[in-house]
Design a binder for this molecule. Structure first.
Ligand SMILES: Cc1ncc(C[n+]2csc(CCOP(=O)(O)OP(=O)(O)O)c2C)c(N)n1
Length: 667
């Protein structure tokens, strides 16, 4: 056998391969091609919806998957059918997934390759392309923390490398030495955009230099080169964990998705790349070398085709899903059995900020698999010093300083959760969460509903105004998140609640946004049990009881309401501190409003679209007959938050509350 045989300029260096492996590579390469050819027929018959073709790119998916072992995670894209088939997912499950049937992976909730499966260690993409790169970082971080020496492979197209997520993920992986194999499939076009309009450097691999990262260029149409090089690189990454950037040169032979066609691609380019087809060339090579003969070729193809047809039959026979509202609603969150840990009797007066710090510390002691991440949180102790001294107690592996990469760090939290770990991410200021917004609302929030994968991440959100910090260090942006199904939102007003609720947030396997008002950090003190304890979500606290009116509030506004009442007003009110906004204790609200007949909702967020609007609507819908007056909302002005005290005081609703309260009482 020649060891460097060439077919259409593809050099197959098969020196170290036995025939059995070569045939296995061929079978694995052929399978996605034959499935796709079948899918294109079904598409034309209107039997499946969209199709993203990987024809011409199969060698990359197959070669990478074969080079990894079955316990190593792979995060593929929409053109990586070969990853799924090489991991030997039964075909009927893939077909059922594409038809939205129950034996697929998302119960009809997401389409095509947008799913993950822990069983096969495949974590599919979300449509936004980039976020999975940071998720791969998280999985690889877990491998490092647990000394598992595993490689995580993540795919992206060259178009996806223009996203900020790509930059952040490579940067974090490099700074943290994470064993991630970043596989870029450079297939010439991102939808219709050629590489010349996507990036300016000659090769994507050249970007590795900027991240201090090893990189390689690989012929993505040569299965032998892909498999050989990836194998070597993966083995060396297991020995010496580090990220590696791989650019696979290839070409997309069909439209972005079938309907969009390839009119914008010059015919000469198509013709040139057609000659480099990874499947037909390898087949010709094997036939040429006598490793394959036409009988064997026919029997391999017949076997695959009959497997496809048999599994298609199973999928087509399967009933379509019958919608059930309860099932849908129940799957948004992972079910969580709240465990009450009772408080000890010893109490100490501490500040709000101390309560957060203490709770975090005690949770770190309780959960060995909990990692906290944030900017400047290690030796420096964080912008507010909440994690001061933590490095000495828990080490730098578990108290991780991060680069300024909010998106990537949220994604790392997701990856840790996929690998079975917990994390708390500190936003330096809640305002900066906008830089990590996409993975929160699209990845963390939706992953349990989509494919049953928990996102065990708590995002700590130092928020709020009253400290003269201007438009970008003062927002209280809880309403950005209460709108999004799949997230829990906690917003305590007192040290006792903050401590117990943060412990619960960390125990809860769902993504929790934990709002901490900076103005309360050092101004509010309370007697708080010294040991670890938990408090349940979805239970408001009734701070005062009265008959005249119901005041509903949370966060700093609770304190403003109490101050107003203490100002010799002689008002007899129920004061409800919601404590958690999602879940919301509607029962406590309705019981009180039915008793008093009047409700005023008071929050620091600006009025329109704030949660007061929804609470008001809920009261109208559930307590209308009991109301003696329209529900009133008191909130901040509809402007960004201004800097100087006079403007900030005018912006905040504190000074408008008393008048509104009196008006409602007098109604
Ligand atoms: C954030 C985001 N912007 C735009 C899109 C629409 N979109 C989907 S795939 C795609 C092209 C991706 O190109 P590339 O990464 O090169 O992968 P390829 O499709 O070529 O394999 C675009 C623009 C998207 N899904 N997400």
């Amino acid at each position: 056998m020649s060891t460097h045989a060439s077919i259409n300029n593809i050099q197959y260096n098969t020196q170290n391969f036995d025939n059995e492996t070569l045939i296995l590579l061929y079978k694995n390469l052929l399978k996605p091609r034959l499935i796709e050819e079948k899918m294109l027929i079904l598409l034309r018959q209107g039997k499946i919806s969209k199709w993203f073709s990987g024809i011409g790119q199969e060698a990359i998916s197959v070669g990478v998957t074969m080079a990894l072992n079955s316990l190593e995670y792979i995060l593929p894209m929409h053109r990586n059918l070969g990853v799924f088939t090489t991991r030997e997912i039964p075909l009927y499950r893939l077909f059922a997934q594409w038809q939205g049937k129950a034996s697929g992976f998302t119960k009809g909730r997401d389409r095509s390759f947008h799913f993950g499966t822990q069983e096969y260690k495949i974590i599919g993409m979300i449509s936004h392309l980039g976020p999975q790169l940071g998720v791969a970082d998280g999985i690889a971080l877990a491998s490092n923390l647990n000394s598992e020496n595993k490689v995580t492979a993540v795919f992206t197209g060259e178009g996806g490398t223009s996203e900020g997520d790509f930059h952040e993920a490579l940067n974090v992986a490099s700074v943290w030495n994470l064993p991630v194999m970043f596989c870029v499939e450079n297939n010439g076009y991102g939808l219709s955009t050629p590489t010349s309009e996507q990036f300016k450097c000659e090769n994507i691999a050249d970007k590795g230099i900027g991240y201090g990262m090893e990189s390689h260029i690989i012929d993505g149409n040569n299965i032998i080169e892909v498999y050989t090089k990836v194998n070597e690189i993966a083995e060396s990454m297991r020995q010496m964990p580090r990220p590696v950037l791989l650019e696979f040169k290839t070409f997309r032979m069909r439209g972005h998705e079938e309907a969009s066609g390839t009119k914008y691609v010059p015919q000469e380019l198509m013709d040139a790349w057609a000659l480099k087809d990874p499947v037909t060339n390898f087949e010709a090579f094997l036939l040429n070398e006598g490793i394959l003969n036409s009988d064997l070729e026919k029997s391999i193809k017949d076997d695959i085709l009959s497997e496809i047809n048999e599994h298609l039959h199973i999928a087509f026979e399967e009933e379509v899903i019958t919608p059930n509202e309860t099932t849908e609603l129940n799957d948004v969150y992972k079910s969580f059995q709240y465990q009450e840990v009772k408080e000890n009797s010893e109490k100490k007066e501490i500040r709000f900020i101390d309560a957060i710090s203490e709770s975090l510390k005690q949770s770190m002691e309780l959960h060995n698999d909990l990692v906290i991440m944030g900017q400047d949180i290690a030796e420096y102790g964080g912008a507010f010093k909440i994690t001061e001294g933590f490095v000495e107690l828990f080490g730098k592996d578990r108290v991780k300083n991060t680069p300024i990469c909010e998106s990537s760090i949220v994604e790392v939290g997701m990856g840790l959760s996929i690998a079975g770990m917990k994390s708390v991410v500190e936003m330096q200021f809640a305002d900066f969460v906008s830089s990590g917004f996409n993975p929160i609302v699209n990845y963390l929030a939706k992953s349990h509903y989509r494919w049953n994968q928990q996102a065990d991440v708590v995002l700590r959100m130092p928020c709020g105004a009253g400290v003269g910090a201007g438009p970008f260090h003062s927002q209280t942006n809880e309403a950005w998140f209460t709108k999004t199904p799949g997230l829990k939102v906690v917003y305590p007003a007192f040290p006792y609640d903050a401590k117990g609720l943060l412990a619960t947030a960390i125990n809860d396997p769902n993504p929790v946004l934990f709002f901490e008002h900076k103005g309360l950090y050092r101004s509010i003190r309370q007697e708080v049990p010294t040991d670890y304890y938990t408090l349940p979500f979805g239970k408001a606290s009734l701070l005062r009881e009265g008959e005249q009116i119901t005041i509903i509030s949370y966060g700093a506004a609770v304190h403003w309401a109490l101050e107003t009442l203490d100002n010799n007003l002689n008002v007899n009110a129920d004061v409800i501190d919601l404590r958690t906004l999602q879940p919301l204790d509607t029962e406590a609200i309705f019981v009180s409003v039915k008793k008093t007949g009047k409700a005023i909702i008071f929050h620091e967020d600006s009025l329109f679209g704030g949660i007061a609007s929804d609470i008001s609507a809920l009261i109208m819908e559930h307590c209308f007959e009991y109301l003696d007056a329209p529900v009133k909302r008191v909130a901040s002005l509809e402007t960004p938050i201004p800097f100087i005290k006079q403007l900030e005081d005018q912006y905040l609703p504190k000074n408008r509350f008393e008048l509104a309260l009196k008006e409602l009482l007098d109604y």
